[in-house]
Structures are given as structure tokens and as C-alpha cells.
Design a protein around this ligand. Sequence first.
Ligand SMILES: *Cc1c(COP(=O)(O)O)cnc(C)c1O
Length: 359
Amino acid sequence: MEFTHIPHPSPMDASQRAEILADPGFGMSFSDHMSVVEYDEAKGGWHAASIGPREPLMLDPAASVLHYAQEIFEGMKAYKQADGGLALFRPLANARRYNASARRMAMPELPEDLFLESIRQLVAVDRDWMPTVEGGALYLRPFMIATEAFLGVRPAKQYKHIVIASPAGNYFKSGAPAVSIWLSEYTRAAPGGTGAAKTGGNYAASLVPTREAFDRGHDQVLFLDAVEKKWIEELGGMNLFFVFDDGRVITPPLTGTILPGITRDSLITMLREEGLEVSEELYSIDQWRDDANSGHLLETMACGTAAVVTPVGKVTGKDMEFTIGSGGPGQITSKIRERLVGIQNGATQDTHGWVMKLD
Ligand SMILES: *Cc1c(COP(=O)(O)O)cnc(C)c1O
């Protein structure tokens, strides 16, 4: 499919943009363009691909995304390479997960090559939005919404796939070396629900617990399973790994209630290459506390595209509080983060074919 191009010269002057790129924060500024691909069952499916100005959408007030939340998204980054080029990290994994989310939300799948092309073309026109700050990347947000105007509970027949880009620096406002997390009494996803799909509704449900965490001075919220309220699932938008003093590492299994993170999957491989014994198994909150207190647990790391790999320093709940290790970054966490970042920016050899160079 050919993308129509409608150029949109940046309305921002160069010095203003340079200031943003030197300290972009996370999710606060956006590039000049967006990719759009339209879907209409009556027109044979996906059609009308374009790269145009990033501008407000025209949506009928009855568009079903606004009423029934038929929506999915992805989160990925374009990384600056040591040689000046740009690269994506495992973008096909994002394309596949997008389609897995689409199937769960009764939405049409987007051909993987069209998903990739919508990203490549946007990055090509907006590459000047790459942050200059150390560790910065161009965050990419593909998403799909149901645009058909009707009230009634059935899958829509019209959709838009859109990609926007945002220069990104540090994900956590606190900038602390290790994050502090709040154990919520709310749950995020139940068996048979949408926990494994990257869909806005999961985040809508997490806003009250997230606000609770922020109000109490924590960086992130931790969710337990919805049935026994005992097993650790994940943070608001990050998967977890537990590192023990005997060389073992545990990460919660993909039971359908947690998001199958691409960073999670990459870390399982990388930690095994470091000689650690990684198992995907259930781990309870009480065991976590006891292992942290006894010193059997050395480190806990949270991972995701936005926050990369971040050490968890402290856990607080209604009636528990414990610190992991010294409360700061541990050795394995720092080492694996460095290796992952190295692969992403081309400084470390990519032995898995994870990096897709652009241009
Ligand atoms: C996106 C996401 C993650 C992390 O996935 P990555 O592919 O590693 O970025 C973890 N948990 C939730 C709830 C997510 O939405």
C-alpha cells in the first residue's frame, strides 16, 4: 500500500524544539506528523494510508470507541545508533502483539508489513524529533480505534490505525535510582478478561490505584492476581523479575492476566545467557516480603519499553513495607539494563537479530 504524503513543516522554531529535545520528559511533546490507515469492511478492509500533519481527529460523537472502548495500542521506540542511524527493537513482536490484542478486542488485524511501514514512514519524516538527551529515544505509539458511528454492542465495521511519535527521556518523574511501589487492593485483570491485551480499558481501570500510589509518594502501582489476591502479577505498565542469591530468577508466568512484555521476553533470554536460571512461575507477595527480609532475594527489576529496566527499591502496602537489598540498583539489574540499552543503540553486538535498522 502506498502512503500519501501531506508535508507539515514544523510550526515550532528550531531553538524551541532544541530545548524540548534536551529535556523531553515522557509523553509531553509530539512530533509534526502522524500515520493513518483507514479500515472499512464495506471497502474491502485496510485502505487510504497517509502521512499527514499531526492534528485533531474528526470523530462522530457516536463513534463506538467513545462508548464501548474498542481500542488497542502499542508502545515502542526508535533508538539513535552510534553511527548516527536509527533502529527499532523487535518491531515484529509489536506487530504480532498488536494483532493478538486486535483479536481479543474483536478488531481487524493489520498486516504486519503495513504496521511496520506506518512506523518506518513516520520516523523517516519526523527523525528531527529524536531527543538529544542521554538515553533519549523517539517513543512511538501505534493505536487502533473503532470509528463507526452507532450505539449498540457489537464490533464496529470501521477503524483507524494511527501512529504518533513523542520524544522521550526519563519515564519516572522522581528520577530516583530505584522506584518505590505501592501494593494496591484493586486488581487489574481477571482470568478470561483482557489483561493480556494492550487495550486502553486496562489502563482506565488502573487510574484510581495509580493515583493512590502517586498520592502516597510512590512511583508505580503493583497488582496481585484477582482470584486469590496473593500472586504477584505486574506493575501498572511493567513486568517484574526477582533475582535470588542462588542464581535463580523468577518472573510471573503469562497466565492471560498479565501483559506479555517484549522487554520481559528479551530479559528472559539475556538473563539465561548470563548463566542465571530463569523460571516463569507464580511468586506470592508474602514470599517476596520474607525473601527480601531474609536476604535470599537480592534484587527486583521492573521492565518495559518506556522505563527500560528499573530497580524496585521499596514496596509498601496497607499493612506491609519492605526494602529490597540496599534499596538501590542491584548488580544484575544494572548489568542487564546496560546490555539491553547497548543492543538497542548499536553499541553491543545484536546476536539475536532483535534490531531493525532504519534508512
Ligand atoms: C506495554 C506493557 C508492558 C511492557 O511491555 P513491553 O513490550 O516490554 O514494552 C507491561 N505491562 C503492561 C500492562 C503494558 O501495557
